[in-house]
Design a protein around this ligand. Structure first.
Ligand code: PLP
Length: 406
């Protein structure tokens, strides 16, 4: 019999009752170190007092009114985001995929407004993840996500990640934009070099293409800058944001330069819930914290400290850990064992982490972790790796180890 919830997820059999910072608690009080953080969503951890206060205060006033009216929280959020980024304007959504949908529509409309509607095609990259709607699975190009859902939406040309020659080669008269994650999350925590981003920017300028960044996972402080492209010293024309911007409340946004947004006039796009007062109050509260003086420096310090410990971990467990990669607190551990083995071993140590492509385990802690959480993570990782190593040893040696322990 089918589960009353459509069985599209392989869920872990754990139920959490509450959270606090980087910790999750089950009903019977068992404590887990949460380095999944809602998959890079809970940037300020669980139950951050400032976010709780913002949400509950707004909840007593107004939840939803529709975008036929002005929404002051949204106006304030947009103004703050334009001041803190390259963007002149933005559209609010409830998710990352919707932010990408807006970005894709905007790019097509831009060329249409310029009298070149044939330039609807977009270059995307292997290993990309842009969401699960029909357009975003076509953009992501992962055959696993496309299979069985009929013809993929046309208009996407995929090339190897980081391959500038391939990008150049695929540009044709119908190409209108390039879409890339500065750091691929689901794809395996892979960083397009900052030099590559600069080359793409130059190429877009040369060919009249729009550069669209998907910073749904790597944005909002995850890499130690407000947005990852700041490391490259470039700006995109359009950028999709979600996950961290709501700190756990569903919020997304499609940010754009005025020129890129010129086709998106009244009536061209909409969303019932996008930018609702509850979401806007929480996102503004997230900005209060992440845009505060010294926050990004703190993320960079924390990341450096975590990486130091992870380098030590790799030295201690070369048979398990193949590579430590990523940027800031978007960290990937490529493993020699199946990545899911490390995930399961870590869960036994009461630490929660997600996987990624290329046999990677992701570490996505809240950006607010301190020395205690870093130490707790190291202890758990060390124990999990030790457990896996004993499983890797020949059977006879395992018996000897067991005997010695007994
Ligand atoms: C999670 C993610 C998305 C999709 O976001 P949803 O909120 O699940 O629709 C898009 N792009 C990237 C890079 C992501 O990590």
């Amino acid at each position: 019999m089918i589960d009353p919830i459509l069985p599209t997820y392989n869920r872990v059999d754990l139920v959490f009752e509450r959270g606090e910072g980087a910790w999750l608690f089950t009903k019977d009080g068992e404590r887990y170190l949460d380095f999944t953080a809602g998959i890079a969503v809970n940037v300020l951890g669980h139950a951050h007092p400032h976010l709780v206060a913002a949400l509950t205060e707004q909840a007593g006033k107004l939840w939803h009114i529709s975008n036929v009216f002005r929404i002051e929280g949204g106006e304030r959020l947009a103004k703050r985001l334009t001041e803190a980024t390259f963007a002149d304007t933005m559209f609010f959504t409830n998710s990352g995929a919707e932010a990408l949908e807006c970005a894709i529509k905007m790019a097509r409309k831009y060329h249409d407004a310029n009298g070149a509607p044939e330039r609807y095609r977009m270059i995307t990259f292997e290993g990309a993840f842009h969401g699960r709607t029909l357009a975003t699975i076509a953009a992501g190009g992962n055959p696993k996500y496309l299979e069985g859902f009929g013809p993929a939406m046309p208009g996407f040309d995929q090339v190897p990640f980081g391959d500038l020659a391939a990008v150049r080669a695929v540009i044709g008269p119908q190409t209108g934009a390039i879409l890339i994650e500065p750091v691929q999350g689901e794809g395996g925590v892979r960083t397009a070099s900052w030099a590559f981003l600069r080359e793409l920017r130059a190429l877009c300028d040369e060919k009249g293409l729009l550069l669209i960044l998907d910073e749904v996972q790597c944005g909002v402080g995850r890499t130690g800058k407000f947005f990852a492209h700041e490391w490259a010293g470039i700006t995109p024309d359009i950028m999709a944001v979600a996950k961290g911007i709501g700190g756990g409340f569903p919020v997304g946004a499609c940010l754009a330069k005025e020129e890129a947004a010129k086709g998106m006039v009244a009536g061209t796009h909409g969303s019932t819930y996008g930018g609702n007062p509850l979401a806007m109050s929480v996102a503004n509260a997230v900005l209060d914290v992440v845009l505060a003086e010294g926050f990004m420096e703190q993320v960079q310090t924390t990341s450096a400290r975590l990486r130091q410990k992870l380098a030590e971990l790799k030295d201690r467990h070369p048979a398990v850990i193949a590579e430590v990669r990523g940027e800031g607190l978007l960290v990937g551990l490529r493993t020699h064992v199946p990545n899911t083995d490390l995930v399961v071993a870590l869960r036994a140590e009461h630490m929660l982490v997600p996987t990624a492509g290329e046999n990677v385990v992701r570490l996505l802690p809240p950006l607010t972790i301190g020395e205690e959480e870093i130490e707790a993570a190291f202890t758990r990782l060390d124990a999990a790796c030790t457990r896996l190593e004993s499983g890797l040893r020949p059977e006879a040696e395992k018996q000897a180890v067991k005997g010695a322990a007994a």
